[in-house]
Design a protein around this ligand. Structure first.
Ligand SMILES: [Zn+2]
Length: 228
């Protein structure tokens, strides 16, 4: 039976992934546009670079997530297949294997025997998957859903510097890094809070990397801006 804690854990894991995707979207899109802007390009070129960055980043995130979840699933399925065969071929040694696992975790030998026997009777594959292979929620991975979710979270993040570029950059270029870093700091604090860490630490960490990325592309932009 799923407990309240598990529910919270699952939701926070999902939320954390979304926040990290949005971080990526802000950092890469803002950095890309900073590079173009510092190279003395027009606002329409800056926006074009930002939109191209959003599309490329969202698709690349989706592809990366899809491939990663699929290969994780392949690995788990291969492990489960092997386990299924072992359970049919050597049920005795599989039962002992399970007993040893509980003993190693600190359960007494007698009780381990009882637990292993009962779990084997009820759902042998489930017990081996969970306690031997560490697969807790098998057959629940959804590669396409994960791909779409990370593309969306990246796009939402990327939309922040794009909106800044549309509304404020014509007035003052430095509004782009300023508000992008502000958004990053807020998201960093949020993701730290979700993960149970100190918000300030999370905010400082992600803001530092965001600033470093924007400084790097600005440097490249100023170099090529002069060279061209
Ligand atoms: Zn086994």
């Amino acid at each position: 039976m799923p407990s309240r804690d598990q529910h919270f854990y699952h939701r926070s894991g999902w939320l954390r992934a979304a926040v990290l995707g949005a971080n990526d979207g802000i950092i890469s899109t803002a950095s890309l546009m900073m590079g173009i802007a510092v190279a003395n390009q027009t606002q329409s070129t800056i926006l074009l670079a930002g939109i191209a960055g959003l599309v490329a980043g969202a698709i690349s995130m989706a592809a990366g997530e899809y491939v990663s979840v699929c290969s994780q699933m392949d690995l788990e399925n291969a492990d489960l297949e092997r386990e299924k065969i072992e359970l049919i071929d050597n049920p005795e040694s599989e039962l002992r294997e399970l007993e040893e696992i509980y003993i190693a975790r600190g359960v007494s030998r007698d009780l381990s025997k009882k637990i292993a026997a009962e779990l084997t009777q009820r759902d042998a594959l489930g017990a081996h998957a969970r306690d031997e292979l560490g697969i807790t929620d098998f057959n629940t991975a959804k590669p396409l859903q994960a791909a779409v979710a990370s593309a969306i979270s990246f796009s939402l993040g990327a939309a922040i510097p794009l909106l800044i570029a549309i509304t404020l950059v014509a007035e003052n270029l430095w509004t782009l890094p300023f508000f992008s870093l502000l958004a990053l700091a807020l998201l960093g604090a949020l993701s730290a809070k979700i993960g149970g860490a100190r918000p300030i630490k999370g905010a400082v960490r992600v803001t530092f990397w965001g600033a470093a990325a924007m400084a790097a592309t600005s440097l490249v932009g100023s170099f090529f801006g002069i060279a061209v």
